[in-house]
Design a protein around this ligand. Sequence first.
Ligand code: DC
Length: 213
Amino acid sequence: MVIAVDGPAASGKGTLARRLAAYYGLSYLDTGSLYRATGLAVEAAGARPDDQPAALNAAQTLDPSFYSEDQLRSPGAGEAASQVAAIPAVRSALLEFQRNFAATPPGAVLDGRDIGTVVCPDADAKLFVTAQPETRAQRRHLEHAGRGDELSYENVLADIRRRDERDSGRAVAPLKPAEDAILLDTTELGIEAAFQAALDLVESVLNERGQSA
Ligand code: DC
């Protein structure tokens, strides 16, 4: 079984995807971390994230486990990720790894921007998780503060708006819900309520398909 969870930055998709994976006994892949690691690798090589040959080389030689969670979640890594992610050759280079991951038993929950549309168009269930930009910025700001990253709320909000625009506006695999995705707005929901809502939605799709857990 494969579950696709897409949505913009800090919508809550990562937390929901991880919990859905644990609930159904599936593997979990945070595909944003592949783009984040690629962005960090380009910068470590002394290039800019929009340098296409350097970014492609980084994606082709990527070791996703090379960077720590703190490095991957830093604000700079998110910005670099959004830039390398707009390069079509980088997306192609990372596609096979993601598809193989999804196809490996027992199946997986993948979260990202294009899982339901490009990576796993045949996923058993697809969620598109959203929340108001201000709410997402508050969550991300708290997350950064918890790791000791001193960024103002205004800067985090501006960063989120810039990334939304780039991720939604790019020519290849832009952030948009798959036609058969179910929308979940987490603006007014805490983690538990959001997880319950996500689970109910996934269960209703699986029930329709006759494959509930
Ligand atoms: O989900 P995240 O914030 O970790 O993602 C970081 C960036 O990577 C995001 O701005 C866009 C890009 N990304 C993508 O283009 N496609 C994906 N499947 C996942 C992430």
